[in-house]
Write a protein that binds this ligand. Structure first.
Ligand SMILES: C[S@@+](CC[C@H](N)C(=O)[O-])C[C@H]1O[C@@H](n2cnc3c(N)ncnc32)[C@H](O)[C@@H]1O
Length: 242
């Protein structure tokens, strides 16, 4: 298990409590698959606690929800027992197909080699099968990036890079859109605590002096009527496998 999966595994209790932005993103992606298209065999990767999975129900046909973090899968089974669950890393889908749908909400930005994962997902789909994904973009946590760049848990790719990766993997884009969301936390410290609780812990150790100064700067620069603001940005896309 790599450190990303370990962090999510440990955060299972806090994930849904703090995941208002993730929930908004899952709601948005779910709108891209209207009820009349919710049929066939679907495989979801990085399903976590089932936030997006639940929004896809009822689904007519087999729906396999997967995640690499064992405790996420246990929580998913409890919260969404209507679908099949499997502990599974996203990069080894070979034996799960052929599928009509591959779905992944808020996962791909965490993967080390998304190019080969997208190719593997493509080969897991039947020809003409659909992919629907949401992936975080560089605008996410832009405020944190300004005051404490080393605390940003991710290196983001642009929508253009994702588009190229999808096309190289053999997908044809059907629809794409950039989604932006602002979330208000009571202050910068509350925001940092929340991202820790969601499993998005920074990978570097930050000295207490530097941290205090950065939090003060955040509170001052990004003040909003009832706290401080944080931006989330994602690329939503639907594509077809050739
Ligand atoms: C931000 S959460 C998203 C969960 C859910 N899709 C949602 O929208 O709330 C990312 C999930 O991806 C899982 N994950 C991270 N790396 C993974 C990998 N290599 N293979 C499969 N799952 C992975 C984590 O365990 C976590 O549950």
């Amino acid at each position: 298990m790599n450190h990303v999966i370990q962090n999510f595994d440990r955060s299972v209790m806090g994930y849904e409590i703090h995941s208002i932005p993730q929930n908004a993103l899952a709601t948005e992606l779910a709108k891209w698959i209207p009820p009349e298209e919710r049929h066939g065999y679907a495989i979801e990767f990085g399903a976590g606690t089932g936030l997006f999975t639940r929004k896809m129900q009822p689904w007519s046909g087999a729906y396999l929800a997967t995640d690499a973090a064992p405790r996420m899968v246990i929580s998913g089974i409890e919260q969404c027992p209507f679908v099949a669950w499997k502990e599974q890393t996203a990069d080894q889908p070979q034996y799960l197909g052929p599928a009509d749908w591959v779905l992944a909400c808020n996962l791909l930005q965490w993967l080390k080699d998304p190019e080969s994962v997208l190719k593997a997902w493509h080969d897991t789909l039947k020809p003409g099968g659909h992919l629907a994904i949401a992936v975080l973009l560089p605008g996410t946590f832009a405020e944190l990036h300004q005051v404490l760049p080393e605390a940003n848990p991710l290196i983001y790719r642009s929508a253009k890079i994702w588009e190229n990766l999808l096309e190289k993997a053999g997908f044809t884009l059907e629809r794409e859109e950039i989604w932006q969301h602002t979330h208000i936390y009571s202050n910068a410290l509350a925001f940092l605590r929340a991202i820790h609780a969601m499993g998005l812990a920074p990978q570097t150790t930050i000295g207490p002096g530097r941290l205090r100064a950065a939090l003060r700067e955040y509170d001052r620069k990004f003040a909003a009527p009832s706290g401080v603001r944080t931006t989330w940005q994602a690329w939503l896309v639907r594509a077809v496998a050739a």
